[in-house]
Design a protein around this ligand. Structure first.
Ligand code: SF4
Length: 378
């Protein structure tokens, strides 16, 4: 079981909070598509014995591609890899790229899951974030997607926005529930260096929402979505029963994946690889059969820390037995010490030797993960 991720690094406009690798210059689109095809054709040996159970086109904005371009990418994967007939095939899409006809065509070429960048149901929030779409466009896109036959739709929301009140956030969550989608990802706003929001924060033009308010928004999110029948399966992710993002879950469960395109990451249990975050360097490398990626062999410490971060984020938690059998005794004793501390404080729970965050622990997850992680050799 393995996944394939393809990074489409184009966006029509830059959102003010976003630090993903992307470009608003589409002039190299045809070259990029040829490069992606070449990379896909050159790496099947890395997944030779693996069945591909998830494919994910992310970005950037993959919905800026034409239907034939999307179809071509999926054909290249199908021709070179063993794709499961039940594979989850996701397209990240922005509402303003979508129409009823486009969504029907996207469904027909083989995508069976949509991840829509909605972010907010408030026009003023969308304007502040420099999003291209409006509220009604987002709502209409979800309705069209259902009509087009999508029965697995995810929407992204952002909370913790400057001046966002609890009432405004609650309204956002309630609209998302009314849309009757299968999956909701909700992220607390982060001010990444290099973004417009970061600059405005530094200049005092924007004011960060106080932590207590962000936490209260997180509480509202959990309360409303749980009541509406969503499973809270990862810190920022909620789904209708069983409808986890299989692709993202495979990251959290340390499954193998191949990342294709500029800035994409790959993982194969023993090493990590990352393609260069530059369109020009990626194209030069892939076209001239020169290196366009770096990689590293994972140390025991890397593997332990990765397992802690990914395990604690989800309802699947951390297996004590695995920590004991896969890592040296020093890691296990460090793990036990921190586990006891947070079990006593009520921030962790432990059932059948699986350790996970308690409802209270969700609110201080960063601190708990930080304590579990090992920064120096044990
Ligand atoms: S949030 Fe999405 S659409 Fe906006 S700039 Fe980032 S990748 Fe592009």
């Amino acid at each position: 079981m393995a996944g394939i991720y393809i990074h489409i690094p184009f966006c029509r406009k830059r959102c003010h909070y976003c630090d993903f690798f992307k470009s608003t210059d589409f002039s190299q689109k045809v070259r990029l598509l040829a490069g992606l095809k070449k990379e896909l054709e050159s790496r099947p040996s890395e997944l030779a014995t693996e069945e591909i159970t998830t494919i994910y086109l992310g970005g950037g904005t993959p919905s800026v591609l034409l239907i034939d371009e999307l179809k071509d990418l999926l054909s290249t994967i199908n021709q070179n890899y063993q794709v499961s007939p039940e594979a989850e095939i996701t397209l990240e899409a922005n509402p303003d790229d979508l129409s009823q006809a486009t969504l029907s065509a996207i469904r027909q070429v083989g995508f069976n899951r949509l991840s829509m960048g909605v972010q907010s149901f408030s026009e003023s929030d969308l304007k502040l974030m420099n999003r291209r779409h409006g509220v009604m466009q987002a709502i209409q896109s979800v309705k069209w997607a259902k009509k087009a036959g999508f029965s697995n739709i995810s929407i992204d929301l952002i909370y913790g926005l400057p001046n966002q009140t609890l009432e405004e956030w609650e309204r956002n969550v309630r609209i998302a529930v009314e849309l009757d989608v299968q999956h909701i990802s909700a992220y607390n706003l982060t001010y990444h260096e290099g973004t417009v929001f970061y600059d405005r924060l530094k200049k005092g033009i924007l004011k960060e929402l106080p932590d207590e308010l962000s936490l209260q928004q997180f509480e509202i999110l959990i309360r409303i979505l749980k009541k509406a029948g969503f499973e809270h399966y990862e810190i920022s992710n909620f789904c209708k029963p069983g409808l986890y993002s299989r692709h993202n879950s495979s990251y959290w469960k340390s499954k193998k994946y191949l990342g294709v395109g500029p800035s994409a990451h790959s993982y194969d249990f023993e090493s990590r690889r990352w393609n260069v975050s530059s369109l020009a360097k990626y194209l030069h490398g892939v076209e001239n059969n020169e290196t366009y990626s770096e990689s590293e062999i994972l140390t025991e410490q890397d593997r332990y820390n990765d397992y802690i971060i990914t395990g604690l984020r989800t309802i699947w938690g951390i297996s004590e037995e695995l920590i004991q059998t896969e890592f040296s005794a020093l890691y296990f004793s460090h793990f036990q010490k921190i586990k006891e501390k947070y079990l006593t404080s009520g921030h962790l729970s432990c059932m059948a030797e699986i350790v996970s965050l308690s409802p209270e622990g969700l609110f201080i997850s960063d601190r708990i993960m930080g304590d579990f992680m090992v920064v120096e050799s044990c």
